[in-house]
Structures are given as C-alpha cells and as structure tokens.
Design a binder for this molecule. Structure first.
Ligand SMILES: Nc1ncnc2c1ncn2[C@@H]1O[C@H](COP(=O)(O)OP(=O)(O)OP(=O)(O)O)[C@@H](O)[C@H]1O
Ligand SMILES: Cc1ncsc1CCO
Ligand SMILES: [Mg+2]
Length: 263
C-alpha cells in the first residue's frame, strides 16, 4: 500500500504548496524533493489562488505566525477549498500562544483533510489543557488520544499525533505507526517535514481513490522507516539530516507497512 502510493508520488511529482514556518522551510522543501514531490514555499495571500490552481495539496503550518502570514494561510486554505485541493493543518505551538491558537481554530473550522501535530498541540486544539510551552510536546501521544478522536469526529478530519509511536485516526479507525528515532525529537522541524510529506501523499491519493487516513498512514510509515534507518546510521542530529534525505530518496517504501498496526 505504502510502496504503491510512494510510486504515485514519484510518477506524478505533485506540487505541494506549503505556507510553513521560517525554521522548517528548507528541510521541508528538501524532504519533499527527496520523496519525489515538488515543493512551493509560498505564503503571500495574493499568490494563493494561482498556486491552488496547480497544486496537488496544501500544507498550512502555524510555526512562525504573524498577522500577514495568517492572512496568507486563510487565503491559501480558502483557495484550496474552492478548487477541491486537499490540505493539511499543522498547528505548531498552538496552546500557549494566543494569535496562532485563534488562527488555527479558524482554519480548523474550514475543514482540513488532515490535522497533524504533536500531543500538546492536538490537546490544545481540542480545547483541553495541554502542557505545551512552545513548539515541543510535553504530553504523550496516549494523553492526546481522546482529544484526537474528538477532533476527528467533530470536524470530519483525520488527526495524526506524532511522538515515539505516531497515532492516526479518522474518528472511527485508529492506526499506530512505529519507527522514527529519538534523535528526531532532538532536532527541529522533523514534524513539520512529516506534515509536508503527508501533503505529498494526499496529492497522490487524489489519483488512486485512497482516503486521507490511508494517505496519512503511508506518509508516516515512510517517515518512520527512513527516520529509523537514518537515526541508526547518524552520529547525532547534525548527520541525521543528510542521512535522512538520502534514505528518503533511496527508499521504495516496501519495508514501511511493517511499521503500521491496526489498533
Ligand atoms: N523518541 C522518538 N522515537 C521515535 N520517533 C520519534 C521520537 N520523537 C519523535 N519521533 C518522530 O519524529 C517525527 C516528528 O515528531 P515530533 O512529535 O517530534 O514532531 P513535532 O513536535 O511536531 O516536531 P517539530 O514541531 O519540531 O517539527 C515523527 O515522525 C515522530 O514519529
Ligand atoms: C523551533 C521553532 N520555532 C517556531 S516553529 C519551530 C520549528 C518547529 O516546530
Ligand atoms: Mg510540530
């Protein structure tokens, strides 16, 4: 399943429109290229409709929020909705910071296909008291399970919570994805890059008829498998990045389904 969708990404090289943060931009773009997609890191609201017309998916990430970037996010999400382009919301830092919490709530109500975040962000987005202080999680994936299910059902979306074991749900079905490596929590923007890869798989799934949960699970499995391999070979966070990009570029995805559990 994962190998087939990865093959579609490589065959179609979908354009993934990213309105992302200042920290994550280059890593996300390189990860998209390594996986076989085509990144466009564009945040201005005036350019949103032009990109929506040609993009296979949109990724909106609230990591470095400003009022101008918030306008770009709203415009991009609305433009994607107008033309039926699937989009993903990564609510980075939601909870302790008021502007992005408000904007992420607005974006959530527009109906993303997937919401992807760490446990503290998902708890906060669901209106629970998470322990988040900044952009890193202080809650476990299990702590956020009920909040994720609730969000998925209330907004008709897929909710993917990352951590030691990632948990994804559409409100009815739950999938766990193992893999990854502890070093991924010791460097920045791996979760943001995971969101970008999920965008590439959402774009691929438009052609295959796979649902958003299937696409998101496949993306997490590819990141889990390549992250585990790169983490095992790297000396630390510095050498992890090139090893990960090489692993993403080299994988055919065939070892990834073994990381996925049903319940
Ligand atoms: N201890 C760990 N063991 C295995 N994989 C991990 C671990 N910590 C994080 N990961 C993996 O790293 C990726 C990013 O997850 P994380 O929860 O750190 O995202 P995040 O907090 O949103 O990151 P960021 O905001 O810095 O981009 C996921 O693929 C996750 O599975
Ligand atoms: C470190 C950091 N600060 C704002 S966004 C970001 C990247 C991880 O989410
Ligand atoms: Mg994050």
């Amino acid at each position: 399943m994962t190998a087939a969708l990865l093959g579609v990404v490589r065959e179609r090289t979908p354009l993934v429109h990213c309105v992302t943060n200042l920290v994550a931009t280059t890593l996300s773009a390189n990860v998209l290229l390594a996986v076989g997609a085509s990144p466009a890191m564009v945040e201005d609201r005036e350019e949103a409709a032009e990109l929506a017309a040609v993009a296979g998916a949109l990724v909106v990430n609230t990591g470095t929020m400003t009022p101008e970037r918030a306008d770009g996010m709203r415009a991009a999400a609305n433009a994607a909705l107008d033309v039926g382009t699937p989009w993903l919301l990564d609510p980075v830092g939601v909870g302790p910071l008021a502007l992005r919490t408000r904007v992420a709530g607005e974006l959530l109500r527009l109906g993303p296909a997937v919401v992807r975040g760490n446990a503290s962000e998902i708890l906060a987005l669901a209106g629970h008291d998470g322990g988040g202080r900044g952009v890193d999680a202080t809650d476990s994936v299990d702590d956020a399970a009920a909040a994720a299910d609730e969000l998925a059902r209330r907004y008709g979306t897929v909710v993917a919570v990352s951590g030691v074991v990632d948990r994804l749900t559409d409100g009815a079905t739950v999938r766990h994805v193992r893999g990854g490596h502890a070093v991924m929590g010791r460097m920045t923007a791996t979760g943001c890059a995971l969101g970008a890869v999920t965008g590439a798989f959402l774009a691929a799934a438009r052609g295959t008829g796979d649902d958003s949960l299937t696409a998101a699970v496949a993306a997490h499995a590819v990141v889990g498998a390549t992250g585990a391999a790169a983490g095992a070979s790297a000396a630390g966070p510095g050498t992890f990045v090139p090893a990960w990009l090489d692993a993403l570029a080299a994988t055919d995805g065939r070892n990834a389904d073994a990381l996925v559990d049903g319940g």
